[in-house]
Design a protein around this ligand. Structure first.
Ligand code: PMP
Ligand code: GLN
Length: 378
């Protein structure tokens, strides 16, 4: 078979997950909570299933859900997306991202991808004939070098993909970063795909910098978000995207033949649940507590860390322990110590030589304790 993706293997989340299961390891690798959504939300879902929402949802999603998303964005970021024409409910952020790339990337178009990058972006770009132009975040704190970013832009650049809060590093962009991005893109036709799935998980009083806050960015952006992250329900694969009508019209042409629509009953339940902003605004504090609990438990270990600024991931620097490549060390941690994490070189590219592993702290304290005990003994 002539593969369309000859260089793509199985995603790290599946390979590490399988290895973790085979060794019965404490699993802090793939990013998902080991606790359930709020019982109130589960009740609303159960009720919606029993109330006849068992056939196709409208193609763009339930209007009641799109209305409440529109309100949420306007309240938080001051930008109004019209519920009827500028919001679509998707099968997780993954579908929103894939559909965005397939809608806008033509063969030969360049797409700037900031590395390390979440692993679903590049295969989609390649599948549609796009050319990935990587720009690496720099230093052990993964900062953007805006001069380098600027010089990566060419007349072929069709799209830039950004992700704040950032998976896998847990770094966030500041207002200064967003203004710099806005200034560099000014006067171009470049489309921005803004992956904001961790928008409600930022720490230490920082504010999430959505592109929706910046009119010159919002007018060229598709924003992707995920209910999986926000409501401890990654298995539901529910997300949404927002964009100005002109862009959304094109997105919709693909979306209608990609999935047509997604789970109706869950949309109805989410529409009700989202009416109370406390249901998502408490997440910053909830995950900050988990981060602090985890970091405190391993403060005397030989791993070094800068506290994560957002997401539910923490990078740990193991350079004092070994000089092994992260993929080897991650495997050895599972096989010898029964602890699973994600080696981040798989999101980086060939010239990456840092010594970090990514740990997901969206876990009960009991599981974080088990992980800490292992890390303290290494
Ligand atoms: N983008 C990033 C940065 C992610 O971390 C994830 C999920 N892990 C996704 C997109 C996909 O989100 P979903 O599970 O809603 O498809
Ligand atoms: N986003 C999750 C992570 O980074 C994994 C999602 C997936 O398995 N595709 O761990």
């Amino acid at each position: 078979i002539a593969s369309k993706l000859p260089n793509v293997g199985t995603t790290i989340f599946t390979t590490i997950g399988q290895l973790a299961n085979a060794h019965n390891a404490v699993n802090l690798s793939q990013g998902f909570p080991n606790y359930d959504p709020d019982p109130k939300l589960l009740e609303l879902v159960g009720h919606a299933f029993k109330s006849g929402y068992n056939q196709y949802a409208p193609m763009q999603g339930a209007l009641s859900l799109r209305e409440v998303i529109s309100e949420k964005i306007e309240n938080l970021y001051g930008h109004c997306y019209h519920p009827e024409s500028e919001i679509i409910i998707t099968a997780g952020a993954t579908q929103a991202i894939f559909t965005t790339i397939s809608t806008f990337v033509h063969s030969g178009d360049e797409v700037i991808v900031i590395k390390p990058a979440y692993d679903s972006y590049e295969p989609a770009i390649e599948l549609f004939g796009g050319v990935v132009i990587p720009v690496a975040l720099e230093g052990n704190d993964f900062k953007m070098n805006w001069e380098k970013f600027k010089s990566a832009i060419s007349s072929q650049t069709k799209m830039v993909i950004i992700n704040t809060p950032h998976n896998p590093t847990g770094s966030i962009w500041s207002k200064k970063d967003m203004l710099k991005l806005q200034e560099i893109l000014k006067g171009t036709n470049i489309i921005l795909l803004s992956d904001e799935v961790y928008e409600h998980i930022v720490f230490d009083g920082a504010k999430h910098e959505s592109v929706a806050k910046y009119p010159d960015l919002a007018s060229r952006s598709i924003i992707c978000s995920s209910f999986g992250k926000t409501f401890h329900a990654t298995g539901w694969k529910m997300g949404y995207c927002t964009a100005p009508q002109q862009l959304m019209q094109e997105f919709q042409k693909v979306h209608q033949f990609n999935v047509f629509s997604v789970n109706y009953a869950i949309q109805i339940a989410l529409a009700e649940y989202l009416k109370n902003p406390a249901h998502y605004l408490h997440l910053n504090g909830f995950y900050q507590n988990k981060r602090d609990y985890f970091l405190d438990a391993i403060k005397d270990s030989r791993f070094k860390m800068t506290p994560s600024a957002g997401t539910y991931f923490q990078l740990l620097d193991y350079s004092e322990i070994t000089n092994e490549k992260d993929t080897n060390f991650a495997e050895r941690l599972i096989e010898e110590h029964k602890l699973a994490s994600i080696p981040i070189s798989v999101f980086c590219g060939t010239d990456y030589n840092k010594r970090f592993l990514r740990f997901c702290f969206a876990k009960t304290n009991n599981v974080l304790d088990q992980a800490a005990e292992i890390l303290n003994g290494i």
